[in-house]
Design a binder for this molecule. Structure first.
Ligand code: CUK
Ligand code: CUA
Length: 624
């Protein structure tokens, strides 16, 4: 904790250094909100996190068509941070500074549905979270050491990676299957040629954790069946991927009717370990820069399992022995056995073949169909630590808890209303902890103060630690709560500041090294942000002035040399649509052309000290 120095001589220094006095939790919080003995607590007590304590979980939630990642604390349900991933964010300068602008590739929105935390041995390892942009065929990755987007990659041959994001058990691959089918390369092809020309492609993406770089390893070309959020196997099924399809009818119009004709659609099973070997052996074609496996030419390793009509998502049980699909139009959850599927594959027990893909016999793979009476619209499955599954029921607006081993329905709780996904604490791992589940509801209808015709969506916190589920709390949420993953806070290790690195490109750490260099009509500024001033050129008459000629290209490198946590400086230029921030120890760059002649104040946009208001300067653009 910083000390206030009341002596007159220390007053100015105090103003410059002191920001807000706060309790320092860096040595660890005093306690955690936990539901270990929730039985004796009221709902209000269960979610109340007193000052000085911290939430037990991070809920990393999709920001839907905002293109952002929303970070909540559980059980308080307080929103902690918005992390821009696929859309620009003026508050942080994301998409404004050179690096992130290039990463966004000119897009100003994205449609982020499914976050996937990196895994080690089937457990969230808390290092990175991957994101899908359904609208623009991108994958993004957020570094959980600083909650900044580290990389974004656009994927060729895709029709919206809605059926991602999920990772294999050691993050060997981030898997991104498509929702819409398109002709390869999106070339023109009439919809009458849908069945032959249109494809559903699965991207197998790798991530280099050292270089923080995404890369396309290979792609798989599948029939235009349309895929929904899918999952990777664990342990016995660790080499496998399961994906649901909902348009085996090849519908191209009025899909709500036409894609719902067949009593059975398919789950596609892929062995990524085997496919990897095919790629290494050169069994692929190069298609628009990607290595493409076509199952009609390169047989094996891909199978289909019939499933109740129009399923919506498939999830692998924590022990990796089964996969569960929910037929959104058939009101049941179907439990399949990996072991039985492997037996059928081994003995070549195939019903038929579609598009070069052998179809396994439903009756031999299925373990049971679970049909809770009156429950309608089952979607995604989550798990606890006691062998139970939890399904959201979109139409009957409830969560159903049932025993995986027997199919016995154990409990049902209404939610408000129309849940899509839910997220259980550590829910997609090999060892869910069975404490909470959050129902991510598409419709809230009058649960909150009215803000006009469009009502907020809602998230409902449910205590699942006891035999019966207990609806505990509700919070509004910005559109749109698709999916979230909830991870114990001990697994996320954030940095306090960016390390001082004197070799970092464009960084300046001493005031006397600041400078403004002209190269032809380019002006390069090597500046510093510190409490409570900008220094662009310490040797100039006015060190906080940037003077250029109209038409110059201006490149401003700014390093925040305040190596104290939470001392972030902003940098906004009036009338230029430009703002960005530099966090403690960070160096960032913006570039622009000084098109307008005139006098433009520059100011720090992030409150940083008692003299924050004084932290300013001028951009002077001399007319031609
Ligand atoms: S999909 Cu299943 S309810 Cu985008 Cu995850 Cu929405
Ligand atoms: Cu620096 Cu406000």
């Amino acid at each position: 904790m910083k000390k206030w120095v009341p002596a007159a001589s220390g007053l100015l220094a105090g103003f410059m250094a002191a920001t807000v006095f706060f309790a320092d939790f860096s040595t660890g919080p005093k306690g955690t909100a936990s539901n270990d003995n929730n039985a004796n607590k009221s709902n209000a007590e269960k979610v109340y996190v007193p000052y000085g304590e911290l939430d037990e979980y991070y809920m990393l939630s999709s920001g839907g068509h905002s293109g952002q990642l929303f970070v909540y604390g559980l059980p308080s349900m307080r929103k902690i941070r918005t992390v821009p991933v696929f859309s620009p964010d003026p508050a942080t300068g994301y998409g404004f500074d050179t690096k992130t602008k290039e990463m966004l590739g000119g897009y100003t929105w994205g449609d982020f549905h499914h976050p996937a935390i990196s895994e080690t041995n089937g457990e969230y390892d808390g290092k990175f979270v991957f994101a899908n942009d359904v609208a623009n065929n991108r994958i993004g990755v957020v570094d959980l050491s600083n909650f900044h987007t580290a990389d974004i990659m656009e994927m060729p041959n895709m029709g919206g990676p809605h059926a991602g994001t999920f990772v294999t058990q050691n993050t060997e691959y981030i898997v991104m299957p498509t929702r819409f089918s398109v002709p390869i390369g999106k070339e023109y092809a009439p919809l009458d040629e849908f069945e032959e020309k249109y494809k559903g492609v699965v991207s197998m993406v790798t991530f280099d954790q050292e270089k923080k770089k995404l890369d396309m390893s290979y792609q798989i070309m599948l029939p235009p069946w349309s895929y929904d959020l899918s999952d990777a196997g664990k342990k016995v099924s660790g080499d496998w991927i399961v994906m649901t399809t909902y348009n085996t009818e090849f519908a191209t119009t009025n899909n709500e009717i036409n894609a719902s004709q067949n009593d059975r659609d398919y789950i596609v099973l892929l062995n990524w370990k085997e496919l990897e070997k095919k790629v290494a052996a050169g069994e692929y074609e190069e298609v628009n820069g990607a290595k493409m496996i076509d199952p009609r030419k390169h047989k094996g390793s891909i199978y289909a399992v019939p499933v109740a009509k129009s399923p919506h998502g498939v999830d692998v049980t924590p022990d990796g022995t089964r996969f569960i699909a929910s037929g959104k139009l058939a009101p049941l959850m179907t439990v399949f056995s990996f072991e039985k599927a492997f037996e059928a594959i081994k003995s070549g027990d195939f019903e038929t073949e579609k598009f070069g893909i052998p179809v396994l016999p439903y009756d031999k793979i299925v373990e049971r169909e679970v049909d809770p009476p009156g429950a309608l619209g089952p979607l995604h499955t989550q798990f606890d630590d006691r062998g139970n599954a939890y399904n959201t029921m979109f139409i009957s607006s409830e969560i159903v808890k049932w025993k995986i081993d027997t199919g016995e329905i154990l409990d049902r709780t209404p939610v408000h209303y129309s849940p899509g996904h839910s997220t259980a604490t550590e829910g997609d791992t090999a060892s869910p902890d069975g404490k909470w589940i959050v129902s991510l509801n598409k419709i809230a209808k009058d649960n909150f103060l009215s803000v006009g015709p469009s009502h907020p969506e809602s998230m409902e916190l449910i205590d699942i630690s006891g035999d019966k589920m207990s609806l505990t709390y509700t919070a509004p949420v910005d559109p749109e709560p698709h999916y979230a993953q909830t991870i114990h806070r001990d697994k996320i290790k954030t940095i306090k500041i960016y390390e001082k690195d004197e070799k970092r490109e464009h960084s300046v750490w001493k005031q006397e090294d600041t400078r403004i260099e002209r190269k032809g009509n380019e002006v390069h500024v090597y500046g510093i942000a510190m409490r409570s001033k900008f220094v662009f050129d310490a040797k100039a008459k006015r060190p906080d002035e940037i003077k250029v000629n109209q038409g110059d290209k201006v490149i401003i490198h700014l390093t925040n040399i305040d190596l104290d946590q939470d001392i972030t400086h902003g940098f906004g230029i009036m009338d230029h649509d430009l703002n960005y921030e530099v966090q403690p120890g960070q160096t960032s760059t913006i570039e622009f052309t000084a098109e307008k002649a005139g006098t433009f104040p520059i100011y720090c946009t992030n409150f940083c000290s008692a003299l924050h208001q004084e932290m300013s300067g001028y951009l002077l653009v001399e007319p031609k």
